[in-house]
Design a protein around this ligand. Structure first.
Ligand SMILES: CSC[C@H]1O[C@H](OP(=O)(O)O)[C@H](O)[C@@H]1O
Ligand SMILES: Nc1ncnc2[nH]cnc12
Length: 308
């Protein structure tokens, strides 16, 4: 399926979260809406050109017009559709709550760890429902080299902007089911567990990107302090919305500054090859009990292993 890729030469996909429904300074080339074996993505994917001519793909996680709740985001279709376009790296954005005093609303963070508090209602594997079993390594849930590559670049952009937005690195994000926010007790418990940030969207997105052998990193943009601060009101959507617009503007500046270089890095393959080949020993060996139709389905995301 990665055949369209080199023709289109779109190597970097951006997933926009709450508040981030488009990027700046892009010329729309075409909108595509691939039907994958897991259905259609959240919205059509916009293939756009940066001022340099470099192409990137943009997908709004909750759909255009934010019609999909976090539990209803068709993450398998999203990741499969991006892979089918030839994407190698996904830069995802997310509005998150902060579980630490020093991560202030308006700050950005690059998490390196995840705690899963989703409730098992989101399909979280391409192998689910097939006769093929795979156990994907997920100890380092984000693409280490990619995250490291982003650190200096994102920090520089934020410093140059001069609005005092800080970048926090090496943080742990907890992904809850939602759509309701956490109770105060849960919020405090997550802090005790060592979580620094909270959202409702990084899973199963990150797991599926890894299964599809795509490099995935998340820029977490803090909107609130969740509900752990004794003297303060618990988080509300109204509070989140207050910071969402400014965070989205800053995210667009970050994207506009780094996407060209990210495309070059993906082309050269130096930082974004870590995940390629990672599924080779995760998939149980071929057996006659595996159904051909399942192999065919999986060839959409992993043609390297399942194309006959
Ligand atoms: C709008 S508040 C909760 C909502 O915001 C985040 O969305 P995203 O990660 O797509 O930016 C969070 O994960 C929740 O889905
Ligand atoms: N406090 C919070 N909890 C979960 N997801 C969020 N997204 C933004 N703020 C959040």
């Amino acid at each position: 399926m990665a055949t369209e890729s080199t023709e289109k030469n779109v190597l970097v996909g951006v997933i926009g979260g709450s508040g981030l429904y488009h990027l700046d300074n892009l010329t729309l080339i075409e909108e595509v809406n691939p039907e994958t074996p897991w259905g259609y993505p959240s919205s059509s994917i916009k293939i756009c050109a940066l001022p340099s001519g470099t192409k990137v793909a943009f997908l709004a996680r909750h759909g255009n017009g934010h019609t999909l709740s976090p539990s209803a985001v068709p993450s398998r279709a999203n990741i499969a559709a991006l892979k089918s376009l030839g994407i190698r790296a996904i830069l995802a954005f997310s509005a998150v709550g902060s579980l630490r005093e020093e991560i202030r609303p308006g700050d950005f963070a690059l998490p390196t760890q995840i705690i899963d508090r989703t409730k098992g209602i989101r399909p979280a594997s391409f192998f689910e429902g097939t006769t093929i079993v795979a156990h994907t390594a997920f100890g380092d849930p984000f693409a280490n080299k990619f995250v490291h590559w982003l650190e200096d670049r994102v920090r520089k952009v934020l410093e140059a902007q001069g609005n005092g937005v800080k970048l926090h690195t090496g943080k742990c994000i907890i992904c809850m089911e939602g759509p309701q926010f956490s109770t105060r007790a849960e919020s405090k418990m997550y802090r005790m567990w060592g979580a620094d940030l909270i959202n409702m969207s990084v899973l199963p997105e990150a797991k599926l990107a890894r299964e599809a052998e795509l490099s995935y990193a998340l820029i977490a943009t803090a909107t609130d302090y969740d509900s752990w601060r004794e003297e303060e009101g618990a988080v509300t959507a109204a509070e989140v919305f207050k910071t969402l617009t400014t965070n989205a503007e800053t995210s667009r500046v970050v994207a506009a500054t780094i996407l060209d270089e990210l495309h070059s890095a993906a082309l050269e393959g130096d930082i974004l090859t870590e995940e390629v080949g990672s599924m080779k020993y995760s998939i149980m060996p071929r057996s006659e009990k595996q159904k051909d139709e399942d192999r065919e389905k999986l060839s959409y995301v992993l043609p390297e292993y399942f194309s006959s």
